[in-house]
Design a protein. Structure first.
Length: 236
C-alpha cells in the first residue's frame, strides 16, 4: 500500500525514544494511523501538534502492517487554539470524537469539509458554529443522523419546533408543546444552514448531539464519552 494525502493531526503518542505514532484525519483516506520515525526530533516537534494540517506520504510493504509515514507541514493551525481555553477544549473534543468514532482508512466524505471549516476558521467569531455543524454531521456519518424533515407524529413539514429523544425525529409545535420539557429544541440554524446562531442555540444543539452520540454510539459500543467533550458543553 502506498499513497499521498493531506489532513489534520488528531492524535500523537510517543513510540520508543524518539519516534511517534501519528493519527491523521485525511481528505481521501479518512483516518490514518502510522509510524513516524524520529517524530519527536527537534525538526518534527513543532509539526506534531494536534490541529496542524500536514502532507502525508504513507506506505507499507504488507497491507496488514502499520503504515510508515513521512510528514510535511502545510499549515500550523494548532497555534490558533492556544489563546482560548474553550477553543482548546473544542479541539480536544474534536480529536477525541474523531479518534473514537471514525474507522481507519474509510472515506469520510463531506465530514472532512466540516472538520476543515472548524479548524481552518477557528480565528473567526463563529468558530463554535462550525464545531456544531461538525458534530451534527458526525451523527449522519455514523448512521445515526436526525430526521428534521417532518413531524414524526403528524407528518407536517411546517411549524417544526422540537426533536424527540426517542425517535431522533422532528416534532411540530402543536404536537410537542405539552411535552416540551422532555424534548430538544429544533436546531433551525442547522436546518437553514445558517452560520449566525445565538449561544443558546449552540448550547441546545451540543446538548442534543451529546445525547444522541452517547445513546446511539457510545453506549451501544460500551465506550466512555470523552470528558473533554462533556466539559466543553458545561463551560459554554
Amino acid at each position: 500500500m502506498k499513497f499521498v494525502d493531506e489532513g489534520y493531526i488528531i492524535g500523537v503518542r510517543r513510540h520508543g525514544e524518539s519516534s511517534a505514532i501519528l493519527t491523521v484525519l485525511s481528505r481521501e483516506h479518512g483516518k490514518i494511523c502510522g509510524y513516524v520515525k524520529s517524530g519527536f526530533s527537534k525538526k518534527n516537534l513543532a509539526v506534531l501538534q494536534i490541529g496542524n494540517l500536514i502532507k502525508v506520504d504513507a506506505w507499507s510493504r504488507v497491507d496488514d502492517n502499520m503504515l510508515s509515514l513521512r510528514i510535511e507541514m502545510i499549515k500550523p493551525y494548532a497555534v490558533n487554539f492556544m489563546s482560548s481555553a474553550t477553543k482548546l477544549e473544542g479541539l480536544n473534543s474534536f480529536c477525541s470524537l474523531c479518534n473514537i468514532c471514525i474507522p481507519e482508512l474509510q472515506p469520510v466524505d463531506r465530514l472532512y469539509d466540516f472538520a476543515a471549516d472548524f479548524i481552518n476558521l477557528v480565528d473567526e467569531e463563529n468558530w463554535l458554529t462550525n464545531y456544531c455543524f461538525f458534530e451534527f454531521y458526525l451523527l449522519e456519518f455514523l448512521g445515526i443522523g436526525l430526521d428534521l424533515s417532518k413531524c414524526v407524529v403528524s407528518g407536517t413539514t411546517s411549524d417544526l419546533a422540537f426533536v424527540s429523544p426517542k425517535s431522533a425525529c422532528a416534532v411540530s409545535y402543536s404536537v410537542g408543546l405539552a411535552y416540551q420539557d422532555k424534548l430538544f429544541k429544533f436546531p433551525y440554524f442547522i436546518k437553514e444552514n445558517r452560520r449566525d446562531p445565538t449561544l443558546d442555540e449552540m448550547r441546545n444543539l451540543l446538548q442534543m448531539t451529546e445525547f444522541f452520540l452517547n445513546k446511539n454510539f457510545f453506549a451501544i459500543h460500551n465506550l466512555k464519552f470523552p470528558n473533554c467533550r462533556v466539559n466543553l458543553g458545561k463551560n459554554l
